[in-house]
Write a protein that binds this ligand. Structure first.
Ligand code: FES
Ligand code: FES
Length: 924
């Protein structure tokens, strides 16, 4: 092997290739940049995530850690090499059938690791599969369906898989494979970092290394002279419109590029634009910035202290927003209680850890700007870009790429205003991909919570009163802080009937990273508190924990904490009833284990949840469109971004049945703001419920028009033919010649549209009203094993029952639940973002294959009359009760009250010792 020459020969996917990259170039970059094999993904570029896994002479390696010189003369196989003549390999096919790919960004790496395993061990055990795939991280799936797929292709087991393509009228309810699944599995899907025009410049952001500082810029012209590859250096002064963004129209408090002052570590200060090599060669210390470091406000205690430094001028007491829900007479409620439980709870910053870092590119097209980005909210991106550039919204086009995971973190803009600014001013395409540490330092987080709560009940277990206050660390900028402050008091009592309630919340600014939207908007943190208190009350009443929840579960016709009466579809009790037999059997197993165990203890816990689908007390509309072109092919114009959670498929299933056409006939265009109507953001568990209803209405609208054209009755069938539609009813058959109809700009000759805005009411001064049109309910059981000496916790089993209204696609629902449980497990036991200390996927731990236990899912169908075919959302619901159930199980095992998430071993150990101390004291 000669590494001094400028070209290297190797075999890639059976083809001899010559690479001209320098010998130390990492193989992942050479494959992507030189050979355009972008199926190999880069999630961390540091050997931590496994997204870049390829086979080198048949063995899995992280291609981001292998210099190309090491691959010289050897055989490399990437995901593009798995399919033969366009036919998926059996392994890829198994992934497709099992729904093993959600966002798909980890899928190539998973497939390559599994290929290595199956080549060595054709019939692996589950343990061998977990071990062999353990180096690849997935943030979406909870791993279970990946394991199922691998064992299926090995012939070891065959769990339930997808249905054959459903025929006309049977798409809703079918276990249909993802309509966009193949591209995620064969490596052809294009994510934010995968493509850009050849002449695109590279943008790199210079960020603050300090949590709080003032700064002045030095001789930037000198830097430009020293670095001829630099095309431009932009500061906040170069922003042509408003140097600010933020999700609320009145809360645009975050600068695109900070001016004079930074408020959190990782804040953007300058954008360097030029050829990639030149821009990346500039070290931060080469950039002339004069920092004056100031004492930061870290943590909520500091932010709320008397005389605390203000993180933002004008925000008195560092308060961003407050929330309140109160009803009844809280004092009378506690007076009526025979038992009262209370406690303080804390949680940490949690990182979204989507495997795809923020990425995209932009170009100027005349007086318009076009962005191709990974996003959850293309219309919000459009509006923010127009605001930053000082142009009209109609001058901005956002074309979402595939999104490699979001979970709320890609609701806020990241690369968008920066690449738009540079492309607009330079009139050159500009691309940007955040590094992993940059992504983690700069992006929003789950709000840390500091909660004080108490709950009272009668001796027979009926809740009488609940009081809650939660402070939430919203970091330096507003992001979704007001949403958390609004949503938490509504949900803080849990899905139970409580006559007397007082729930308050405060979102406080600190010099931490901005906390934003993360699957649940503060509700998972609240669930940790309310479920712990209900466990204690159940114990004091001598009532089984599940029974206690059944006694208090909200049922149709009963009031929530905001006084809203949910008339139908409030089936928490059904979820609990469905879990009863598992609860009892698992409780017996736990007791039997503990009777013979020594050193480790097992425990079982339960957590309940509810979650309002959509925005809180706000208009929240979605519009969807369907067109049929002259060839007779239907197109769904779907503005609801699919970040892996499945709207591309769900919307097709709904639209197909509403139209009366086979789902397989549909093409989909997703999220392009020039082509699709606004379907709102993919968040708040709203897309299936809100956009799904819009898709149903669009399908019905189109169907009505077709039937009218054919002059037939409502029950006629529609058959899509080449260039014509054949409509049949009892009276016979009519053909509609599509070529004879006038086509619109998109080429459609027939179109249907549907809009749905779920009915809500504003909350009054006491937080009373109907903030959501519907709620999803559910409960999780967790079984854990605790090593009492070490404080380590292993989750052995989860049972998750969820009310989904109507299961549009059970495979997708199971996948969402698995992924939610995995993220809930991470929240409970390991995830803690510490600025400057856990800014990579090595130090910041997320659940891996070995951490996620078998998960049994139970889908409860109690149709929601407003939803599409009765359906509700599931995205946030699936995560909310997991941590609460795990903490309940730890308490059941050891007596330890877990009051801080994550319950890392040292905290669990301390809680166990504290519990023993209290027990000894009570016996003394
Ligand atoms: S990109 Fe190579 S391990 Fe993460
Ligand atoms: S499907 Fe694995 S990270 Fe999204």
């Amino acid at each position: 092997m000669n590494i001094s020459t400028q070209s290297l020969r190797l075999t890639v996917n059976g083809r001899d290739v010559e690479l001209r990259s320098p010998p130390l170039t990492r193989l992942a970059h050479a494959l992507r940049d030189e050979l355009a094999l972008t199926g190999t993904k880069i999630g961390c570029d540091a050997g931590d995530c496994g997204a870049c896994t390829v086979l080198l002479d048949g063995e899995q390696v992280c291609a981001c850690m292998v210099p190309v010189a090491q691959a010289a003369g050897r055989a490399v196989t990437t995901v593009e090499g798995l399919a033969e003549n366009g036919t998926l390999s059996p392994l890829q096919d198994a992934f497709h059938r099992h729904g093993a790919a959600q966002c798909g960004i980890c899928t190539p790496g998973m497939l390559m690791a599994a290929s290595d395993l199956l080549a060595r061990t054709p019939k692996p055990s589950e343990a061998e599969a977990l071990d062999a795939l353990g180096g690849v991280l997935c943030r979406c799936t909870g791993y279970r369906k990946i394991v199922e797929a691998v064992l299926d292709v090995a012939g070891v087991s065959t769990d339930e898989v997808v249905d054959e393509t459903p025929v006309s009228g049977s798409a809703v309810g079918a276990r249909m494979a993802k309509v966009d699944g193949q591209a995620k599995i064969d490596g052809s899907e294009i994510y934010g970092a995968d493509a850009a025009p050849d002449d695109a410049l590279w943008l790199r952001v210079v960020r603050s290394p300090h949590a709080r500082a003032r700064f002045s810029l030095g001789d930037l012209d000198g830097l430009r002279v020293r670095c001829p590859g630099l095309a431009a250096i932009y500061s906040g002064r170069d922003v042509p419109g408003s140097n600010s963004f933020g999700v609320y129209p009145v809360g645009k408090d975050q600068p695109v590029l900070a001016l004079n002052e930074v408020r959190y570590r990782g804040e953007a200060v300058l954008a360097l634009v030029g050829d990639k090599a030149s821009v990346e060669a500039i070290r931060d210390e080469d950039v002339p910035i004069d920092w004056r470091v100031l004492e930061p406000v870290i943590g909520m205690a500091a932010a709320g202290a008397d005389g605390a430094t203000l993180v933002q001028e004008g925000k008195a007491g560092n308060v961003l927003a407050r929330g309140l829900v109160q009803k009844g007479d809280i004092d009378a409620g506690f007076k009526a209680a025979d038992h009262v439980a209370e406690g303080q709870f804390e949680t940490s910053f949690v990182e979204h850890a989507y495997i795809e870092p923020e990425a995209g590119w932009a170009r100027r097209v005349g007086e318009r700007i076009e962005l191709h980005v990974s996003t959850q909210a293309p219309y919000m991106d459009r509006d923010e870009t127009a605001h930053v550039l000082g142009i009209d919204k109609s001058q901005v086009r956002v074309v979402p790429t595939a999104c490699g995971g979001g979970f709320g973190g890609k609701l806020d803009v990241a690369v968008q205003p920066l690449i738009a600014l540079a492309a607009w001013l330079l009139d050159r395409p500009v691309r940007c991909t955040f590094t992993r540490p940059e992504s983690m330092a700069s992006s929003t987080k789950r709000h840390p919570a500091r909660i004080t709560a108490r709950a009272g009940c009668t001796a027979d277990g009926k809740l009488t009163a609940f009081e809650f206050h939660g402070d939430f660390d919203t970091g330096a900028y507003a992001s979704w802080g007001p949403t958390v402050a609004d949503r938490v008091p509504v949900h803080a009592t849990g899905p139970y009937v409580v006559p007397h309630v007082r729930n308050t919340s405060t979102a406080l600014h600190t010099n931490g990273p901005p906390a934003g939207a993360f699957r649940g908007f503060g509700v998972p943190q609240s669930a940790i508190a309310y479920e712990a208190l209900y466990d204690e009350l159940a114990e004091r009443c001598g009532i089984d924990q599940l029974e206690f929840r059944l006694i208090n579960a909200i049922r149709p016709g009963q009031p929530t904490a905001t006084g809203q009466i949910i008339e139908v579809s409030a089936p928490l009790a059904d979820c609990l009833e469905a879990m009863k037999s598992r609860w009892r059997a698992l409780s017996d197993e736990v007791a039997a284990f503990n009777a013979r165990a020594n050193g480790t203890r097992r425990g079982i816990g339960i957590g309940g949840m509810w979650y309002g689908c959509g925005n809180t007390s706000m208009s929240n509309p979605s519009t969807m469109g369907i067109g049929i072109n002259a060839e007779g092919r239907p197109m769904l114009y779907n503005g609801a971004v699919d970040m892996g959670q499945g709207p591309n498929t769900i919307m097709v299933q709904i639209a197909a049945d509403a139209l009366g056409a086979p789902a397989a006939a549909f093409d989909v265009v997703m999220g392009d703001t020039d082509l699709t109507a606004d379907a709102g953001k993919s968040s708040a568990s709203r897309q299936t419920f809100v956009s799904g209803k819009a898709a149903q209405l669009a399908g019905e609208d189109l169907r009505r028009q077709i039937l009218r054209l054919a002059n037939v009755g409502d029950d006629a069938s529609i058959e899509l033919g080449l260039g014509r539609l054949v409509v049949r009813d009892g009276a016979g058959e009519r053909a509609i010649d599509l070529a004879a109809l006038k086509a619109n700009e998109a080429g459609d000759v027939l179109t249907g549209e549907g809009t749905f805005d779920p009915p809500t009411t504003p909350l009054d001064a006491n937080g009373q009203g109907s903030p959501y049109a519907t709620y999803g309910f559910g409960a999780h059981i967790a079984v854990v094993e605790v090593d009492e000496a070490l404080g380590t916790v292993k989750v052995l089993r989860v049972v998750a029952a969820h009310d989904v209204g109507k299961a549009i696609n059970p495979v997708q629902l199971e996948g969402q639940i698995h992924g939610g449980v995995a993220q809930g497990l991470g929240l409970a036991l390991m995830e803690e973002y510490l600025p400057g200390r856990t800014e990579n996927l090595h130090d910041y731990l997320i659940p891996t294959f070995g951490d996620v236990p078998p998960i049994e899912t139970i889908l409860i169908e109690d149709p929601e009359p407003l939803g599409p075919y009765g359906a509700k959302g599931i995205g946030e619901q699936a995560l909310i009760p997991t941590a609460a159930a795990i903490f309940g199980a730890i308490r059941n095992a050891t007596g330890a009250r877990i009051r801080f998430a994550p319950a890392t071993p040292h905290r669990v150990r301390a809680a166990i010792l504290e519990a023993r101390k209290q027990k000894d004291a009570s016996h003394a």
